[in-house]
Design a protein around this ligand. Structure first.
Ligand SMILES: NC(=O)c1ccc[n+]([C@@H]2O[C@H](COP(=O)([O-])OP(=O)(O)OC[C@H]3O[C@@H](n4cnc5c(N)ncnc54)[C@H](O)[C@@H]3O)[C@@H](O)[C@H]2O)c1
Length: 317
């Protein structure tokens, strides 16, 4: 099978590329390398991926790559709270225009397409776990912290509209905090940030009071989720992809310190100091994954196992 993966040089994309190549598929990656670990490019290149440097905003390029593949996985996006807040125009353009390019091309050549969405679209979650059909509550448009959420929400609406109106063979996966080797902490990802700080004896920055909770899905589980959705998911359907073990960010920091055997301290930093006056945070984010479970999925890695693998990766390379 020939896969065309946008954003394939990023964290999830590079792992998915490797995973698909290992199963005997061919993969073409389109990425402009704005984020993601630079080592990914060599890593997937050596495994046999064809890597094209370019943007999903480039219509001709997207069309020509879509024409040649069997399936499309659309992961390209401006990812990370800090990056999205700093590059609002680009974030919205890549989400809206870039996703539309991909969907148009998928319809033009009748190719199945997986669209990567995010738990961020739920916004200020009131009750957990959240189901796919639950209401969404986003903050004021003047607050840049919602930009990424709105971009991903626009991607979903575009995808589902292309499905309803133009017959796009589309499936949407909403990732809830995926973690693993080669994820970078540069733009606000908490796990690589904590691990790097702990391994170098620096304070672990906990924003707010640390009582906000998240769940963390190990990359290998997330990849199986994508594979199951692509194989068995319903066209025009949305699936949460994540794990269900909820932990506060403060407890996560403590866990990382213990697991790394570090002498690092925890530094409590107010959100406003870290991200500006307008910043708003989601208190709890836990997915209901019954819809994905109904397709035969269940997470195999608990947080401790995932953290152990990631710590080893950062420690030994
Ligand atoms: N990692 C997570 O926990 C998580 C959670 C929710 C959603 N997601 C979604 O999953 C996808 C992959 O995220 P990731 O964690 O691998 O992030 P990432 O930043 O590592 O990967 C995104 C990739 O897209 C590329 N890119 C950005 N703009 C582009 C453009 N205009 N043209 C081509 N390539 C472009 C980047 O260079 C990068 O390689 C994204 O759509 C993201 O919104 C990820």
């Amino acid at each position: 099978m020939d896969y065309f993966i946008t954003g394939g040089a990023g964290f999830i994309g590079s792992h998915l590329t490797e995973y698909l190549l290992n199963k005997g598929n061919r993969v073409t990656v389109l990425d402009n390398f704005v984020s993601g670990d630079p080592r990914n490019i060599t890593r997937i290149g050596e495994k046999g991926a064809k890597i094209i440097k370019g943007s999903v905003l480039d219509k001709d390029l997207v069309y020509s790559l879509a024409a040649k593949c069997d399936k499309i996985v659309h992961l390209a996006a401006v990812v990370g709270v800090r990056l999205a807040m700093a590059r609002g125009v680009e974030t919205m353009r890549v989400s809206c225009l870039g996703t539309e390019r991909v969907l148009e091309a998928a319809v033009a050549y009748n190719k199945e397409v997986f669209i990567a969405s995010s738990s961020a679209i739920y916004g200020k979650i009131r009750t957990v776990p959240v189901k796919e059909e639950d209401d969404i509550l986003l903050g004021d448009t003047k607050k840049e912290s919602w930009l990424y959420s709105v971009g991903k929400l626009a991607e979903e609406h575009l995808a589902l509209s292309y499905y309803r109106e133009q017959g796009a063979r589309v499936k949407v996966g909403r990732f809830f905090n995926v973690i693993g080797p080669y994820q970078v902490g540069t733009y606000g990802m908490v796990v690589p940030t904590f691990i790097k700080k702990a391994l170098t004896g620096n304070p672990l920055p906990v924003y707010g009071d640390g009582s906000q909770t998240r769940t963390f899905a190990y990359i290998k589980d997330a990849l199986r989720g994508v594979e199951i959705i692509m194989k068995r998911g319903r066209t025009g359907e949305v699936y949460n992809i994540g794990s269900t073990g909820e932990i506060t960010i403060l407890d996560l920091a403590k866990k990382v310190i213990v697991m790394t055997g570090s002498s690092s301290k925890i530094s409590i930093i107010p959100f406003q100091e870290a991200f500006g006056e307008e910043f708003e945070e989601t208190n709890r984010r836990v997915p209901d994954i019954s819809r994905l479970r109904d397709l035969g999925y269940s997470p195999r890695y608990c947080l401790n196992e995932a953290l152990k693998e990631i710590i080893d990766f950062h420690r030994f390379g």
